[in-house]
Design a protein around this ligand. Structure first.
Ligand code: ADP
Length: 461
């Protein structure tokens, strides 16, 4: 079995993986099975020269990390990755910075990382690169002589051609992507959009799952990421998770609880969600004193100006809604601006009758999946899900909403509130079946298995 080398902007902790959840768990498991190597940024920022690679091995898995300099952190990470690619790929051209300096830094960091990894590679390694921070990483490995099989997975959406081409360097990024042997996206929609770009802008050719352009042939497929649904369900049902949930239950006097959980990010549609909740309170006075909305949104990327602005906006909105509707014994909206443990989160999902997940654009959205997995099978809650989340294709039994349609979302919340037990159970069962079938272990197995088979096919050819 080939060794797996995972490359991501941040290298997760192997020990704390169950707490971290999501990608960290999925990768840690795949790496353990294949006695792998995990390479990327250490999370440390230093003033100067960050070339040293630190290695640490535990349980058969090696973490190899490099630091970023302050300038790289500003220009590559906060700059090109989070102030250019992130907003652009989520259709927020209005928030996108097209500063050339950021791109130059992005290229330099990718090259530096690639050169740091090369000496650590073995001939038959499978290299799996993750996400928008590292689009040209594979191309730079190839430039440095790498012949190993290279896979890339994009965790965020791939935008329509008209949006992607607003990037002055779109052609160079697309060309660089073709250095991989396998490119994975979250949904078929993302695959189609990437294909459309390559066929129309780069004069590429398609043959089934493969695309040929810029002198290379690449396999392009959707691998929708999942969660460990059974483990999450167990955690949600644990006594420990129940304790925090019970505290909240007492505080809200058994009112119908609506929950929203997101990183504080403009793609998540949190202000729109607050407006929809306000419209619910306006249009359906029978909700007064009967429901309670808990929004948990820890600050992320707090150094990027748009995120600071969003935080202020939400504080103002939350104050406004409570100021207008609260009664002496009823707080309509609780807004918590910090992270909580996964176990606490699982307990809170479980006691919430409605999971309110309304991103304006999202590659997948794991909160939607976690909310469903956490439900009590005998008395499950209802998932209200944005049509613009990647997870929507796999979760048609949710109540699907358009997050821009404030009145429509309010109406759907009211419907969710009154949904009979039999319908809640039927929807939950259908959703949970999908989550178990497409869990996160299957996601990483599918990707790595596909990459490995491509290798075998290449060797036979
Ligand atoms: P994104 O990757 O864009 O942040 P996802 O919904 O795909 O969005 O994944 C978010 C992950 O972060 C989920 O696993 C979720 O449980 C976790 N998370 C989000 N908010 C919090 C919070 N307040 N406390 C703890 N974990 C959180």
């Amino acid at each position: 079995m080939s060794r797996l080398v995972a490359v991501s902007n941040r290298v997760g902790s192997l020990r704390g993986a169950t707490r971290a959840g999501g990608l960290a768990v999925a990768l840690a498991e795949a790496l353990q099975t294949r006695r792998g190597l995990w390479f990327g940024w250490s999370g440390e920022v230093v003033e100067q020269s960050a070339d040293q690679v630190r290695r640490q091995t535990a349980g058969g898995v090696t973490r190899a990390t490099v630091d970023l300099t302050t300038v790289e952190h500003d220009d590559y990470y906060n700059g090109f990755a989070n102030a250019c690619l992130w907003p652009l790929f989520h259709y927020r051209l209005d928030l996108t910075s097209f500063d050339r300096r950021f791109y130059d830094s992005y290229q330099r960091v990718n090259r530096r990382f690639a050169h740091a990894l090369i000496p650590l590679l073995r001939d038959d390694d499978l290299v799996w690169v993750h996400d928008y921070h590292l689009l040209p990483f594979g191309d730079m490995l190839r430039d440095a002589g790498c012949e190993q099989k290279l896979g890339f997975f994009l965790h965020i959406p791939f935008p329509v051609r008209e949006v992607f081409t607003t990037l002055p360097m779109h052609d160079r990024l697309a060309r660089a992507l073709m250095a991989y042997d396998l490119i994975g996206f979250q949904t078929d929609g993302d695959v189609q959009r990437f294909r459309d770009y390559v066929l129309r802008e780069a004069g590429g050719r398609r043959d089934g799952d493969t695309l040929t352009a810029y002198g290379r042939t690449v396999t392009v497929k959707a691998f929708p990421i999942g969660i460990d649904a059974e483990q999450f369900a167990e955690m949600a049902a644990s006594d420990e998770a129940g304790r925090d949930a019970a505290r909240l239950k007492a505080a809200i006097f058994n009112r119908v609880q609506i929950i929203g959980v997101d990183r504080l990010d403009y793609t998540k549609g949190i202000p729109e969600r607050f407006h929809a909740y306000q419209t619910l309170l306006e249009n359906y006075p029978d909700t007064h004193g009967q429901i309670s909305f808990l929004q948990i949104a820890p600050t992320s990327r707090g150094e990027v100006p748009e995120y600071i602005h969003l935080r202020h906006e939400l504080e103002t909105l939350a104050g406004h809604i409570n100021g207008r509707f609260a009664q002496l014994d009823w707080t309509p909206l609780r807004y918590i601006n910090r992270a909580i443990t996964r176990r606490q989160l699982a307990g809170l999902y479980r006691m919430s009758r409605i999971g309110f997940v309304t991103p304006l654009r999202d590659g997948m959205n794991l909160v939607a999946k976690e909310y469903v997995a956490a439900q009590d099978p005998d008395d499950p809650g209802v998932l209200v899900l944005s049509r613009f989340a990647g997870s929507v294709k796999q979760m048609p039994a949710a109540l699907i909403v358009n997050p821009y349609d404030t009145a429509g979302v309010a109406e759907t919340l009211q419907k969710a509130r009154h949904m009979p037990l039999a319908e809640r159970c039927a929807r939950y069962q259908e959703l949970m079946k999908g989550l178990i079938e497409n869990n996160v272990g299957k996601w990483s197995d599918d990707f790595v298995g596909t990459l490995e088979r491509l290798g075998a096919e290449m060797a036979l050819a």
